[in-house]
Ligand binder design. Structure first.
Ligand SMILES: Nc1nc2c(ncn2[C@@H]2O[C@H](COP(=O)(O)OP(=O)(O)OP(=O)(O)O)[C@@H](O)[C@H]2O)c(=O)[nH]1
Ligand SMILES: [Mg+2]
Length: 429
């Protein structure tokens, strides 16, 4: 069985506590404070491992913890840091926060290492707290908290091209004809039970990775048939090849088939309708010339527009397949930067920040609106306001946290100045 889904709990290490102790030396009556700092807690880090292709490792073990930092010791000795926990996943794994289902990270492309939870900081030992008035500090800082997160791992193939269509139309035959993959092929429905991946090599054009998934049927998006569990594997593809049986071996109408399957794709993920699609009118070897022309004409009249093209092919004999592949390769070049990545929507670090307090007020003397407090200060530490992306991100943060609304309640007008920790900006709604 292909294990492509797992739900697990991860926990970072707690920071070690700072230590309280005092120097003891011969002939020195009362030594100064010398309690060392706690060690930092371990991080939880995901890395991709090209040797893996399932999430099997997460099937039985469900809880993963990094090590805690150790407490500091006398003589200003720092406690040992907790070891980071490194979890290996196959490339193409997307990690979601379990309750919101928001994307935390997509382990693909150059994102081959991602720190998902930071360990707690080590607490400062008591020697840091000695001042002229407080020479015997009995206090040391506790270590930073460990953090726990419930996550879902989902493996989404990294194929460039996805092959979709009803059962038995010849999807696997096409994959085996064009790639190094050797999927099972047979004359019955649901021969393919798990996605197959293959590499297309072209002499004088860019090659690509192609995935064949189990056949789709009506209701697939709602979980009917087998296809639903595998739609995720074609979500990140940039081009879809829609295979139809234009010889209607099973009595269905290929023109209607395309509409039905497209409907399923869009119900599953609306973005799928934006994928460029190529129609492979398969099994033409079974049709006499006139019938062939008439089916092709109907398909073309209905679907050929913009980038969508219909290719008469026979996956069995290889006829027409070359033209199809070169067209797909050129589409891929044109859509190089699309569809391959899932953007981060959930930021574990910000979840902590968003529990911190803040205040919004009006400074009459300066005629400025002031936002301050740890939430704002820490957020500024994470954001580069000089970059456009950072600035937009910060704006969204202000909005999502209700801070913009609070400014408005205080009567802010367009053009008024907002101040936060030395940053000034003009308010525009
Ligand atoms: N004559 C002819 N038969 C074909 C062609 N392509 C596929 N077939 C036959 O159609 C049947 C189904 O082919 P598969 O490739 O297994 O179809 P599939 O779409 O992968 O089917 P599922 O995995 O069940 O969804 C097999 O018997 C193939 O030999 C073709 O171009 N011409
Ligand atoms: Mg198949």
């Amino acid at each position: 069985m292909l294990v492509d889904h797992a739900e697990v709990t991860i926990r970072s290490g707690k920071g070690g506590d700072g230590h309280v102790s005092f120097r003891r030396e011969k002939y020195v009556a009362a030594g100064g404070p010398d309690g060392g700092d706690g060690g930092r807690g371990g991080d939880v880090i995901f890395v991709t491992d090209t040797g893996m292709n399932t999430l099997q490792d997460f099937r039985y073990k469900r809880k993963f913890s990094a090590e805690n930092g150790e407490e500091g010791a006398g003589n200003r000795r720092t406690g040992k840091s907790g070891r980071d926990l490194i979890l290996k996943v196959p490339e193409g794994t997307v990690i979601f926060e379990a309750t919101t289902n928001k994307v935390i990270t997509d382990m693909s492309g150059d994102n081959d290492r991602f720190t998902i939870l930071k360990g707690g900081k080590g607490g400062k030992g008591n020697w840091h707290f000695a001042t002229s008035t407080m020479q015997i500090p009995q206090y040391a800082e506790p270590g930073g908290e460990a953090r726990t997160l419930q996550i879902i791992l989902e493996l989404k193939c990294i194929a460039d091209v996805g092959i979709v269509g009803y059962p038995n139309v010849g999807k696997s035959t096409l994959l085996s004809r064009t790639t190094n993959a050797r999927p099972k092929i047979a004359d019955y429905h649901f021969t393919t039970l798990e996605p197959n991946l293959g590499v297309v090599d072209l002499d004088d054009a860019a090659g690509f990775i192609m995935a064949d998934i189990p056949g789709l049927i009506e209701g697939a998006a709602e979980g009917v048939g087998l296809g639903h569990d595998f739609l995720k594997h074609i979500e990140r593809t940039r081009v879809l090849i829609h295979v139809v049986d234009c010889a209607s071996v099973e009595g269905r109408d290929p023109v209607q088939d395309i509409e039905d399957i497209d409907h399923e794709l869009v119900s599953y993920n609306a973005d799928m309708s934006k994928r460029p699609q190529v129609i492979a009118a398969n099994k033409v070897d079974l049709l006499p010339k006139e019938e062939r022309e008439s089916v092709l004409k109907r398909l073309r009249d209905r679907y050929e527009k913009d980038e969508t093209k219909v290719f008469p092919v026979s996956a069995a004999t290889g006829e027409g397949v070359r033209e199809l592949l070169y067209h797909v390769s050129s589409l891929l070049m044109r859509h190089r930067d699309e569809g391959a990545r899932f953007e981060q929507e959930y930021f574990p670090e910000f979840e902590v920040i968003s529990k911190e307090p803040y205040t919004v007020s009006y400074d009459e003397k300066e005629n400025e609106f002031v936002i301050e407090g740890p939430r704002i200060e820490k957020m500024l530490g994470y954001t580069n306001l000089n970059a456009e992306k950072g600035f937009l991100f910060f704006q969204k943060f202000l909005k999502d946290n209700g801070i913009l609304d609070e400014l408005k309640e205080l009567g802010i007008q367009n053009g008024d100045t907002v101040r936060m920790y030395g940053h000034y900006f003009d308010f525009y709604d």
